[in-house]
Write a new protein. Structure first.
Length: 439
């Protein structure tokens, strides 16, 4: 048996923990650069504010209803997420942290030792609320997909009081008949259109398709497993978590700029910052990268610009895989100069590290690779020690305490590539300067 716990309107709920003035008011949290709505309170949803709506379209509506818009505060959300997950881990044998606000729970055997699952789940919700002030909903089912279904319906219908358990066949049928097929976990936009064209409108109808149909139209064995999960037959267990214990297959970092950039050195400041952050993540999971990609984007809404709006360049590292920030920056500069065109205006940049693998002394070398002329012939061991010391200093004194000169802007001036965050609240739990004072 599986459970799925989801924080209600998580980003908004995190903000309300430390700002009671937001309770009962329409509140939205904005994406990077204060562009779009990425989280909404129940009151904001009642006003008809859609997820992803541009902020400029809803600004006056919020003002008219005495609502609030806040910039994303990811250090706060990440810390609150860790607190919620720690409380969940105290109640169940195993937890899979699926995202910043969701976690799958292993509920096997709890009925024997802890009584009915519904009562246990409500106790869990009360404990999380008491210790973190984050409201949650819980879905319970014999498969992870059914737990997702139950959680979605528990959030949709207030009369369920934040909990739905699909532990009986009759409950499962009622839930699947109430859920549109397009809302099933794993059904994206293209599959939703295909199901609608095939006359499959509800999750119950999707659970009734044949194996041959599922394999043909829903991606082969993956689609058939989805159908089996809807029927109550588990096809997957808990996986390593997205909280850092699950190694990523690629690492990316990209941002929209707070202002339009014209000069290559301004772009290099942004690209080197993103590449440094990606390299830090790469080392944190103990991997090295074979491929590095840099991309630059122009404004797709500017009628004077013809597509493609985004150009990218990828390089297979000729000296073999690496996690060395200095070496990655040297190649990143080469890629940027290949992409940059004088006279153009850029609004976004990003980097991607691919071909990840752990370091190995038995690594296969390329006999025909050109000599690596971008860096001095420093030993691999010395490079690794340098990066270890860099990461250790930043862990001890805070991210960015020690960084490359190319990522630093002029003294007293914000980086020209820095995104807008005009409505950001303090980082109440991660900065001493922002600790909440009670008088």
């Amino acid at each position: 048996m599986f459970g799925l716990v989801d924080g209600n309107n998580f980003y908004v709920s995190c903000e309300r923990v430390f700002q009671p003035r937001l309770d009962g008011r329409p509140v939205v949290v904005l994406s990077n650069n204060d562009g779009n709505v990425v989280s909404r309170s129940a009151e904001a949803k009642q006003l008809g504010i859609a997820m992803g709506a541009p902020f400029f379209e809803v600004r006056e509506l919020l003002r008219h209803h005495q609502g609030h818009a806040l910039s994303s505060n990811y250090p706060l959300y990440g810390d609150m997420s860790r607190r919620v997950m720690a409380r969940l881990a105290d109640h169940v044998p195993a937890v899979e942290v699926y995202s910043i606000d969701e976690a799958f729970l292993d509920l096997a055997g709890l009925t024997t030792w802890c009584g009915p699952l519904d009562a246990r789940a409500q106790e869990l919700r009360r404990d999380v609320l008491a210790c973190t002030s984050i409201p949650t909903c819980v879905g319970i089912g014999p498969t992870k997909t059914l737990a997702k279904v139950a959680n979605r319906l528990a959030k949709k219908y207030p009369e369920l009081q934040g909990l739905l358990s699909l532990t009986t066949e009759s409950r499962r049928e009622r839930a699947l008949r109430a859920l549109p097929a397009a809302d099933v976990w794993g059904i994206g936009r293209q599959y939703a259109q295909l199901l609608q064209g095939s006359g499959i409108r509800t999750a119950w109808e999707l659970a009734g398709v044949s194996e041959a149909w599922a394999r043909k139209h829903l991606g082969g064995v993956v689609g058939w497993r989805l159908v089996q999960e809807l029927r109550g037959q588990p096809c997957q267990g808990l996986l390593p978590s997205e909280d850092g214990t699950l190694g990523r297959k690629s690492i990316s970092c990209s941002r929209s700029f707070g202002q339009r950039l014209h000069h290559v050195e301004e772009l290099w400041g942004a690209v080197s910052t993103y590449l440094s952050r990606a390299a830090e993540k790469l080392r944190a999971q103990g991997d090295q990268a074979h491929l590095v990609t840099v991309f630059l984007s122009q404004d797709r809404y500017d009628t004077r610009i013809r597509p493609p709006y985004t150009r990218s360049a990828t390089l297979t590292l000729p000296g073999g895989p690496t996690a060395d920030t200095l070496r990655l920056l040297a190649y990143g500069r080469r890629l940027l100069e290949k992409l940059y065109e004088p006279g153009r205006v850029y609004v976004k940049a990003g980097v991607v590290l691919d071909g990840l693998e752990p370091p190995s002394s038995g690594q296969q070398l390329d006999l025909f690779a050109p000599p690596d002329l971008l860096t001095e012939p420093v030993s691999v061991e010395r490079s690794a020690r340098l990066m270890q010391q860099l990461d250790a200093l930043n862990r001890r004194f805070g991210r960015g305490a020690v960084r490359l000169a190319s990522t630093v802007s002029l003294a007293g001036q914000p980086p020209p590539w820095q995104g807008k965050s005009n409505y950001r609240s303090p980082a109440f739990t991660t900065r001493l300067e922002d600790l909440l004072l009670v008088t």
